[in-house]
Design a protein around this ligand. Structure first.
Ligand code: ME8
Length: 661
């Protein structure tokens, strides 16, 4: 079976997530889903980049530990990915024990081979970017990437012999034009960095202690970018006894990254891998940015400049997961920057989703319901039937070629070209006229059959992009909502299939009215934002600790109870935790997501008994490590006064991911 390993960058736990942040991950999710549907074995990695000066400072200013600071932010990010239906296979945190151990192994290897050596360092450090710059690289004395102040830092450090690898990296670009895409990024790397030759890279800090200690000198801590880049291999168990995933999936098929971090991925990362004697990734793609008023969308810019709504939580709440995913995947020409405005988003939703797709689905379903009790027979081909059928039959090959070129906007435009053609086909065949003539009943049936098949084929092709709508459409046409690309032959729908008429999946939005609403919302969010942030900081700090320590159980308000998220999960794997008598480590599938959960139930259940059990999981509990194992939730149990314990399970058959309330 072919394998496909795709990664997003790991995110800084800033908490100020905006729609721009969602771009990389939504694209990767669509690609991962597409390759899964092609029958490939896919590993899709994302996560968080938690070490470094920024987090250390923020935590200190709040009087809490760095981990106490980042934990709720990581939970928030996971929540955002849940909202956007991101089906990753692992969410790695640079604070995960296996990751830190891998970083140490990498440093040790490079130290032993002589590619890491000790010297004195002086440089200009940009804390927000976690990057060092030489005097000549600064722009007007400020960080050339973000334009913020830098500080001069001097310390004894370890260096990586990056300079040694410049010729090999140039050769890599020449011999593998696919390695770095789009092509313009190669010119940037060559002209801005490689041509002048590379200087060795400072890879340790003594002043920043929130990092991985170097195994050969514990006064020094890893430089965040080495720590961060290592996630792509640590997630697979590189250089550990548990390296089966590494053997299976490395080298990565694709590192998808924003263009501002191409330098780290296309120069430093391959150099590190070369030094380690490991293969380099097959491709790095540096995508463009979502812009606001011509500048990169960032929380500070949006607060200062425009009144666009960029908060992913709010956007999903207002327009739904699919609409936000669709906009990101369709609107911005791939590889380029694209302007973000609410108006553009709303127009896209209306034009493509409500009008083209929504109308096709509802017209087809309504006409079948009005004229037949179930799907009519296929009948004979006439008129433009052949053209529509040919478009459907050629669709997958076209979409597939676009997705192989990573061009989701083009792939979607091919699918929507078929949807438009089908809407035109309705106007050409005028089923409402055919319906009036009993002699044309067979022809009417054939027209409606062709439309239903077109909808089905488009819905299957849309599955990687519109996760919820495609499932709803397929179900309403009596099809498996998980139908694969092997079902894309025209004519598979069986006559007599009951067709359900569903409400509009994408209701049309009154753009003018909605823009006024959004403007009001953004204004109120701006006003309350600093307050909200302060309140959060406070919550993350002392109050939370006090609350956790409180032993008494007072009455809780209903709103407080509803803050808990309880879901049905299915235990798909379970093992004992070697260091503990009480703990079991379960792998629990909750809808599309798989979580690691630790429970103190080893005395009551064996791992074998647990596998296959449907359980109730608290899914928004702050993640914690028990005996070194990450627990991302809590399985609910009932306990009597004698200490007998029983799992709480849904009383009737219930899908995993079902909500418990
Ligand atoms: O860079 N438009 O993390 P990050 C498009 N931790 N994409 C955007 C964007 C915008 N306006 N703003 C942010 C980091 N992004 C490092 C990565 S990997 C070893 C370490 C994208 O949280 C950005 O380009 O700053 C990147 O791909 C992702 O959000 C995470 O950015």
């Amino acid at each position: 079976m072919n394998t496909y390993y795709i990664t997003t960058p790991i995110y800084y736990p800033s908490g100020n997530w905006h729609i721009g942040h969602c771009y990389t991950t939504v694209i990767c999710d669509a690609l991962a889903r597409f390759h899964k549907m092609k029958g490939e074995e896919v590993f899709f990695l994302t996560g968080t980049d938690e070490h470094g000066q920024k987090v250390e400072k923020e935590a200190k200013s709040r009087g809490i530990t760095p981990l106490e600071f980042v934990d709720p932010l990581v939970a928030q990010l996971k929540d955002m990915w849940r909202l956007l239906d991101i089906g990753y296979d692992r969410f790695i945190r640079t604070t995960d024990e296996d990751h830190a151990a891998c970083v140490q192994r990498i440093y040790q290897k490079l130290y032993e081979s002589g590619d890491i050596y000790k010297a004195e360092y002086e440089g200009h450090y940009c804390t927000p970017c976690e990057a060092f710059w030489t005097q000549s690289q600064l722009k007007d004395g400020k960080c050339p990437d973000c334009g913020r102040e830098v500080t001069l830092q001097k310390e004894e450090s370890y260096f990586f012999r990056l300079s040694k690898y410049a010729p090999r990296i140039l050769k890599l670009y020449e011999e593998n034009p696919e390695f770095l895409q789009p092509k313009s990024r190669v010119n940037e790397m060559v002209n801005n960095f490689l041509k002048a030759g590379l200087t060795d890279l400072c890879v340790s800090r003594t002043t920043v202690k929130w990092g991985v200690p170097l195994p050969f000198d514990e006064k020094h801590f890893s430089y965040v970018w080495i720590d961060a880049l290592a996630n792509y291999v640590s997630a697979l168990g590189y250089a550990s006894p548990q390296d089966a995933l590494y053997k299976k999936f490395w080298p990565a098929d694709l590192h998808m990254v924003g263009k501002e971090i191409v330098r780290f991925h296309a120069i430093i990362w391959p150099a590190l891998l070369m030094a380690l004697g490991e293969p380099v990734p097959k491709q790095i793609y540096g995508h463009g940015w979502l812009l606001i008023g011509g500048d990169k969308l960032s929380k500070s810019k949006q607060d200062a400049v425009k009144s666009e709504l960029t908060d992913p939580y709010e956007l999903v709440k207002r327009y739904g997961t699919d609409a936000v995913r669709y906009f990101l995947l369709r609107e911005i020409p791939f590889g380029s920057d694209g302007e973000y405005t609410n108006e553009r988003l709303l127009n896209r939703i209306n034009a493509d989703l409500a009008n083209d797709l929504g109308n096709l689905v509802s017209r087809t379903q309504a006409m079948i319901a009005q004229n037949f009790s179930a799907l009519p027979a296929r009948g004979l081909q006439e008129g433009t039937d052949g053209e529509l059928i040919a478009m459907c039959e050629e669709l997958f090959a076209r979409v597939s070629a676009d997705m192989d070129a990573l061009n989701a906007p083009e792939a979607l435009s091919k699918i929507f070209a078929v949807i438009s053609r089908a809407n035109k086909y309705i106007d050409e065949t005028t089923p409402w006229v055919l319906a009036k003539d009993p002699a044309k009943r067979e022809r009417l049936g054939a027209v409606l059959y062709n439309l239903a098949e077109t909808v089905r084929i488009c819905a299957v092709c849309l599955r990687p992009f519109l996760t919820k709508a495609s499932a709803a459409i397929l179900k309403s046409f009596g099809c498996d909502e998980n139908a694969g690309f092997d079902t894309l032959r025209f004519g598979l729908l069986e006559a007599g299939t009951p067709i359900e008429k569903i409400p509009p999946i994408f209701p049309r939005i009154d753009v003018k009215k909605e823009l006024v609403e959004v403007e009001k919302l953004v204004a109120s969010m701006k006003k309350s934002a600093p307050l909200k942030r302060e309140a959060n900081a406070e919550k993350v700090g002392k109050k939370e600790k006090e609350a956790a320590n409180a032993a008494a159980k007072p009455l809780v308000a209903f709103e407080d109870f509803t803050k808990l998220e309880l879901k049905v999960g299915e235990v798909i794997a379970c093992e004992k935790i070697a260091k503990s008598e009480k703990l079991l480590h379960e792998t629990v599938k909750i809808g599309n997501e798989v979580r690691s959960v630790v429970s103190g139930i080893a005395k009551y259940y064996t791992p074998e008994e647990m596998v296959g059990k449907k359980v109730v999981v608290v899914t928004n509990l702050k993640p914690a490590k028990l005996c070194g194992v990450l627990s991302e939730g809590m399985i609910l149990c009932a306990e009597d006064e004698n200490g007998n314990l029983s799992l709480v399970s849904p009383e009737k058959e219930m899908v995993s991911g079902g909500t418990v309330r």
